[in-house]
Design a protein around this ligand. Sequence first.
Ligand SMILES: Cc1cc2nc3c(=O)[nH]c(=O)nc-3n(C[C@H](O)[C@H](O)[C@H](O)COP(=O)(O)OP(=O)(O)OC[C@H]3O[C@@H](n4cnc5c(N)ncnc54)[C@H](O)[C@@H]3O)c2cc1C
Length: 507
Amino acid sequence: MSEHYDLLVVGGGINGVAIARDAAGRGLRILLCDKGDLAGATSSASSKLVHGGLRYLEHGDFRLVRESLAEREVLLHIAPHLVRPMSFVLPQGPGSRPGWLVRAGLFLYDRLGGARSLPGARALDLRREPFGGPLRAPGAGFVYADCRVDDARLTVVTARDAALRGAVILTRTALVSAQRDGDSWRATLRPQNGGTREINARVLVNAAGPWVLDVSRQAGLSAHHAVRLVKGSHVVVPRLYEGEQAYLLQNDDGRIVFVIPFERAFSLIGTTELPFTGDPATAEITEEEIAYLCRAVGRWFAKPPDPTDIVWHYAGVRPLYEDRARSASAVTRDYVFDLDTAGAPALSIFGGKLTTHRRLAEHLLARLAPYLPEAGPAWTTRSLLPGGDDLPAAGVDGLTEEVARDYPALDMPSSERLAGSYGSEARHILREPPGQDFGHGFWEAELRWLVEKEWAQTAEDVLWRRTKLGLVMEPQQVQRIDAYLARVKPASPAVAASAPAGQTAYR
Ligand SMILES: Cc1cc2nc3c(=O)[nH]c(=O)nc-3n(C[C@H](O)[C@H](O)[C@H](O)COP(=O)(O)OP(=O)(O)OC[C@H]3O[C@@H](n4cnc5c(N)ncnc54)[C@H](O)[C@@H]3O)c2cc1C
């Protein structure tokens, strides 16, 4: 027998899960499917910033920057454990944009987007400030505030909230076809572990990111927009400097390269922008990109990274809305909807940023309102994500101290990791019997949480998306996690379908 939903959301990246969450909270029946893991594609391969995008001002993208800055403020409030303020240092030197231009850009950046809780930008003499420490020839510069985010955790936690509000979330379940059937859609889903599943939905939402056109084809939709696929790669190296500030380095080709503190002991460097063709799942960093990133940092830093220092790298494909801009850097990061109402409605998303996902979902549901008249009003501006509530007055830092005090067996880095990853939900994990010790402060209780509440199925889901412990785990430790996961495999999709609150059921 076929199941009936109001919305079928295809894609469990940040945009898909945000739509599922918002729509579930409005009382709609939602099914979201992703052919892989949540955040398995672009949404775990970003620069991990919630930001207005200072450089988009150069391209006149004022609407996007304004919306992104307003969203930065909202996300700081609703996900304080995952979205954290950070200082960005912008050194000036030979070949940089003129100081007056940067100053004007920062002036605007401070004023767009309405109320803000972060400090305003200021000019710096980097010869006198500690921020100048890592630089080879410190001189003038600026510092301004933006935010970092754990992109994959933000995606998973948003999905978790959607599920808690009744959405059915199916990972490793691909949409293979969809047809209009009277005034609804009839879709065939294929779970990775075999079989097919037929479902009906009144509206189809295509949030397949770089695969947006493939899913359009599978649903027989003729796309009215194009997508430009642009690959971006990052490298991770041992921490290049002390301090929690990031650097925004102007390269000699006019592009910007970020150096961002990452996971306590590392620095994240990115990104590149290269046209991409082929299957986005195969995107990989090249030797040229590695050399480019190391060289861009070497122009500014006294101790530049060497390609042999790299401990991890990743590449993602931006699914940008094609606005015919000449260069990949100039293509807008804004989003556009393609609503097809030649029968049951279907809406495809082109473009977008991690930063704007919540607002994108709100806009999308406003566009679909005529077809879903019973949907409740917008509600996500003030509603905290799981783990964001019930934090001490000192926020995540206060929670870290509480965890360290209450669980003296944990070292400080582990307390910090648990508080920063799970927010107040860290307490639920820690209340359970810890079970097996997998090393580096990772215990069975946390692994069980990831399996039971966060759809983790493989060591990669656990070590490279829901945590970044892959950076430090030894192969033997990974094998033990694999062996554990093999024992607690998810139940069959038929059982999962009847699990409470839309969560996958586990034996
Ligand atoms: C290098 C780089 C750096 C970036 N940095 C930032 C940043 O710092 N800040 C920022 O705000 N934004 C940033 N972005 C942009 C941001 O990451 C993306 O806009 C965002 O992640 C896109 O999310 P999405 O949900 O649209 O796509 P995705 O995350 O790619 O999700 C699409 C999902 O659809 C699924 N799917 C596809 N086909 C099917 C099917 N047939 N059936 C079921 N599922 C399917 C895929 O498995 C995938 O999980 C960056 C992007 C890149 C590439």
